[in-house]
Design a protein around this ligand. Structure first.
Ligand SMILES: Nc1ncnc2c1ncn2[C@@H]1O[C@H](COP(=O)(O)OP(=O)(O)OP(=O)(O)O)[C@@H](O)[C@H]1O
Length: 226
């Protein structure tokens, strides 16, 4: 599903050049649950952003479902993202001014679905994350764990085959964090591929494979026995 070959990413600001990724080779099959770990600044978010087509590599090849996507223009990258990739962030990134149902509906407005189809999907997703009873609340009226469940519903509403999560439990207490991990784990069992950046060994324990990054390079990998 995901194949990167010798991916590198340099950031240039004035005179300083930062090498965020340095020759990353990664092969992820459909249905895997990957955790990416490593110290602060080692390139985890950069790698996730490239996998999610939010950014392009400076060099190297990235094939998503067999298609070379490393050098696509932002417009094309956006089109692939819209229907195929769901994002979950540490800070939830919900829109404060609109209620839960409208937040979850947002990604569907770009897909040209009818209003009734959109409503149906939003209802299904809120049920899945156990948030139907809060559909007309504003995000700020919810706990952190509830906001993250809404964010996951929003990531799922387009039925993506790939979910990318950047420290999804980073702002949650351990009980809410565990609930979010159980939710992601259940989605993975249903067939969704998940790539997650995490600092937490407890969260990484849910993954089928853990990849360790250091200074922009993969330095180790642990495959769990099934
Ligand atoms: N837009 C940018 N411009 C310049 N440098 C950047 C940019 N984004 C990231 N970097 C640099 O690239 C390196 C990798 O950053 P990245 O955010 O991928 O690390 P990370 O492993 O996710 O860190 P953390 O665990 O602290 O979130 C860092 O040295 C960072 O300062």
């Amino acid at each position: 599903m995901i194949k990167t070959t010798a991916i590198s990413k340099y950031f240039r600001t004035d005179e300083i050049e930062t090498i965020a990724l340095n020759g990353v080779n990664l092969d992820i099959a459909p249905g895997e649950f990957i955790a990416i770990m490593g110290p602060s600044g080692c390139g985890k978010s950069t790698l996730l952003n490239i996998i999610g087509l939010l950014d392009s590599p400076t060099s190297g090849s990235y094939k998503l479902n067999g298609r070379e996507v490393s050098a696509l223009k932002e417009k094309e990258r956006g089109q692939i993202r819209k229907g195929h990739i769901g994002f979950v962030f540490q800070s939830f990134n919900l829109i404060d001014e609109i209620d839960v149902a409208h937040n979850v509906e947002l990604p569907l407005t770009y897909l040209g679905l009818s209003r009734s189809e959109r409503r149906k999907r939003v209802g299904e997703m809120l049920e899945k994350v156990n948030m139907s009873h809060r559909a007309s609340h504003l995000p700020q009226q919810l706990s952190g764990g509830q906001q993250q469940r809404v964010a996951i519903a929003r990531a799922l509403v387009t039925h993506p085959r790939l979910i990318l999560a950047d420290e999804p439990t980073g702002n949650l207490d351990s009980k809410n964090g565990r609930e979010i991990m159980e939710l992601l784990s259940g989605l993975n069992r249903e067939g969704t591929t998940i790539v997650m950046v995490t600092h937490s060994d407890r969260d990484a324990a849910y993954a089928s494979r853990v990849i360790h990054l250091f200074d922009g390079t993969i330095v180790g990998e642990i495959q769990k026995k099934q």
